[in-house]
Design a protein. Structure first.
Length: 147
């Protein structure tokens, strides 16, 4: 199974979701591929935000080897699930889909809501991390039978 996490710049939320789910998948010995991307192009080739790196390290997750990239239409072919962090990212990704097959792969990361962007508030990185971690554990349970 291949899962792609998507946020705006691919420096805060989606790298955290990528790193957390990747660690959980490894712990469960699942044959899944996890990646992340942004709908914007501002940070292509950069490491995740230093605050995301720091909060991830606090909880034993290393995201320092990730490199920010922009979502590409070929991602529809490569990934089974494309999970977006908020409604704007959802709309942006769906607008690139070429047909229903692509659209069916895209949904919000949280079932009922959005993951707030912590970029402008240092104090939001830890609550966002914990929110993402909780949902990643649910994803493992929901999709775990699809090894």
């Amino acid at each position: 199974m291949k899962i792609l996490m998507v946020c705006l710049g691919n420096i805060c939320r989606s790298p955290l979701a990528h790193g957390i789910l990747e660690r959980l998948v490894k712990e469960k010995n699942l044959n899944w591929e996890i990646d992340s991307a942004g709908t914007g192009n501002w940070h292509i080739g950069e490491k995740p935000d230093r605050r995301s790196i720091a909060v991830a390290q606090k909880y034993g997750v290393d995201i320092t080897n990730q490199s920010c990239r922009q979502f590409d239409i070929t991602d529809f072919e490569k990934y089974d699930h494309i999970l977006t962090m908020d409604q704007n990212n959802l709309s942006d990704v769906i607008s690139l889909a070429n047909g229903d097959d692509g659209v069916e792969k895209v949904r919000l990361f949280l079932k009922n809501g959005i993951v707030p962007d912590p970029y402008h508030d240092d104090n939001q990185f830890e609550p966002v991390y914990l929110m993402i971690e909780k949902r990643c554990k649910e994803i493992i349970t929901e999709l775990g039978s699809n090894r």
